[in-house]
Write a protein that binds this ligand. Structure first.
Ligand code: F6R
Length: 609
């Protein structure tokens, strides 16, 4: 969640930190701050609000010293409101130690109570502030020594970057449970919670593991374990290209990313469809192993969980392997039954979602293999899994996931076809018909994106709605869930998705003439069942907006409005049907004047439980 950067070298630390923070702002944007250090001491600037507020504050209150070392932070609040006082970096009373933190110190209250009893004075409501006070308490001349002593007392998860006025020539990084990377430069070294902060700075990196401490000087990096013993870490060379990330003329990243979907799908297809076959030749799971898999558990969070719900349809239909889908935060704590030939699939755009990582660890502790379906092959999830499917969506900056969702669906679809072939559960004729349709998806998505007039008009009409309901059945009920999530997260309108057949078992009580009900009713096996469900709602005066297959005239009789999408095979419809729902959410949020790319209370990468 929170973004962390650290720097030591010959450049001006504050400028390096601010560039890094800008690239990490998707991790949290409640408040931001930096601490820099030179021979004269520690200087701190922090502000509530987005990074631009800190930038303005720094212009008005420039850092006096020409400093070459510092740490920075962009916050997603856990303990304490997003105020300037609660913003990081936090310091001890004498301002000798400054700390930025990502994670949660679960026993902070007990630590704080005992520090207060000893006379330490706190100035924030955060869990983090115990750390600089404890550094002051345990400091006996060695910063590394104090850090080792402090972490003995911490429970929970943390990635920390620390500087001290006593040691202007060092920056320290510590990891336990929250991701942290060290970048090695020439005469300069870096700390970052995520790779984008290091774009254009260095390609040589070290991943910290739990319990690792890194001591950075300008031209040296020393690694210690939590008891202070020197350890060797393997240097890795980043293969990903430095990416120029901009809006390419679009008003928001979200709109840009929605429009990138035809190209993303095309890329995945060209990677995994060869000579009429689904190919995963670089997958680190043998065909012999996959042939034996008798059960699959998918675990993921949020939008990725919705992708998993669709993935279950793909996998069960094409492979007949029993597949369950779990929300990561539930899976990890319910002592799941996991037997020998079970494969765990972890889906994650960021690859850093704490709950999903914990689910992977739970599965690995039960000795089963884990396949990550991920958009970040350098992430913790990708590194901790036995095999990875890179969904190749490219960096997703808008907090609301769009292109990564569609990329997850297409990747799961092709993997299911691949597995179906291995298990002999898919006939060649069926495969070639499917593949023919899959190849047409990029064009069909493009067509869906081509005319946005009606969606813009509907967005204006419904921008003041208090509640919006999304209904669908079968392959598309997860589309209803995802449509509702997109709308609520960026427009703050309450919205919920239901399986249309389940609606009459209670939620139908919500229907009246003020509630827009978005029904996904594209052609397929359950089309007529869906029409019956729509009629039940219509009879209660619900306002029906249908997402229907082009040329379906019948649907007009049952709907107040119809949004048409191109026809495709029933099982592929979730890949197209989500597109108008993404756009509708986007335009409604824009009409309401919401901050589409950085909605309130959210962060792109959820690295705390
Ligand atoms: C919603 C959204 C979130 C994420 C969820 C999991 O638009 O983006 O619901 O899907 O936080 O994140 P990842 O996929 O990074 O594990």
């Amino acid at each position: 969640m929170c973004g962390i950067v650290g720097y030591i070298g010959n450049k001006s630390a504050d400028s390096v930190l601010l560039v890094g923070l800008e690239r990490l702002e998707y991790r949290g944007y409640d408040s931001a701050g930096i601490a820099v250090i030179d021979q004269r001491g520690l200087e701190i600037r922090k502000q509530a609000g987005k990074l631009k507020v800190l930038n303005k504050h720094l212009k008005e209150n420039p850092i006096a010293a020409n400093t070459n070392a510092g740490i920075g932070h962009t916050r997603w609040a856990t303990h304490g409101e997003p105020t300037t006082k609660n913003a990081h970096p936090h310091t001890d009373e004498a301002k000798k130690f400054a700390v930025v933190h990502n994670g949660i110190i679960e026993n902070y209250q007990a630590l704080k109570d005992s520090l207060i009893k000893e006379g330490y004075k706190f100035s924030s409501q955060t869990d983090t502030e115990v750390i600089p006070h404890m550094l002051a308490k345990y400091y006996k001349g060695s910063l590394e020594g104090a850090v080792q002593e402090v972490i003995k007392h911490l429970e929970g998860s943390y990635a920390l970057a620390i500087i001290s006025e006593h040691h202007p020539d060092k920056v320290i990084a510590v990891r336990f449970g929250s991701p942290l990377i060290i970048g090695k430069g020439k005469g300069e070294n870096f700390i970052a919670s995520d790779i984008p902060a290091l774009f254009n700075l260095t390609k040589s990196i070290y991943y910290l593991d739990d319990g690792d401490i890194a001591v950075l000087a300008k031209d040296k990096i020393k690694f210690l374990n939590c008891s202070g013993k020197k350890i060797e870490k393997k240097e890795k060379h980043l293969k990903i290209k430095d990416k120029k990330i901009d809006k390419s003329g679009f008003k928001h990243y979200m709109l840009k990313e929605i429009n990138e979907q035809p190209a993303v799908v095309k890329k995945i297809i060209s990677k995994h469809l060869k000579n009429g076959h689904a190919i995963f030749d670089k997958l680190n799971l043998t065909k012999d192993y996959l042939a034996k898999v008798s059960r699959i558990i998918i675990q993921a969070a949020g939008t990725s969980w919705h992708a998993g719900l669709v993935g279950k349809f793909f996998i069960e239909e094409f492979t007949r392997v029993h597949t369950e889908v779990d929300i990561s935060s539930e899976f990890r704590y319910r002592n799941p039954v996991i037997e020998g030939d079970t494969l765990l699939i972890a889906i994650s755009q960021s690859g850093e979602t704490a709950d999903t990582i914990a689910g992977i660890r739970e599965a690995k502790s039960k000795f089963i293999k884990v396949l990550a379906v991920c958009n970040n092959v350098e992430s913790t999830i990708a590194r901790e899994s036995d095999a990875v499917i890179d969904i190749s969506a490219g960096p997703e900056i808008g907090v609301a996931s769009t292109k990564a969702y569609v990329a997850q669906l297409v990747s799961l679809l092709l993997f299911a076809i691949y597995l179906g072939k291995i298990k002999w559960t898919l006939e060649d004729k069926k495969v070639s018909a499917l593949i023919n349709e899959i190849k047409k998806l990029p064009e069909k998505i493009k067509k869906t994106l081509a005319d946005q007039k009606l969606l813009k008009k509907l967005a204006k009409e419904y921008s003041e709605a208090k509640n919006v309901i999304f209904l669908a059945r079968s392959y598309n009920y997860p589309t209803a869930f995802e449509g509702a999530l997109k709308l609520k997260e960026i427009s703050y309108i309450h919205s919920t998705g239901y399986q249309a057949g389940e609606f009459k078992h209670g939620p139908i009580a919500l229907v009246d003439k003020h509630v827009p009900i978005i029904c996904i009713v594209t052609k397929g096996d359950i089309y007529l069942k869906m029409i019956s469900n729509i009629q039940e709602v219509k009879a209660r005066k619900g306002v029906i907006i249908s997402i229907a297959t082009e040329k379906d005239e019948e649907i007009k009789k049952h709907s107040d409005r119809v949004i048409y999408v191109p026809e495709t095979t029933d099982i592929l419809t979730p890949i197209i049907n989500i597109i108008p729902l993404q756009l509708l959410a986007y335009y409604i949020a824009v009409s309401r004047g919401c901050d589409v790319d950085q909605p309130r209370n959210l962060a792109k990468s959820v690295t705390v439980e």
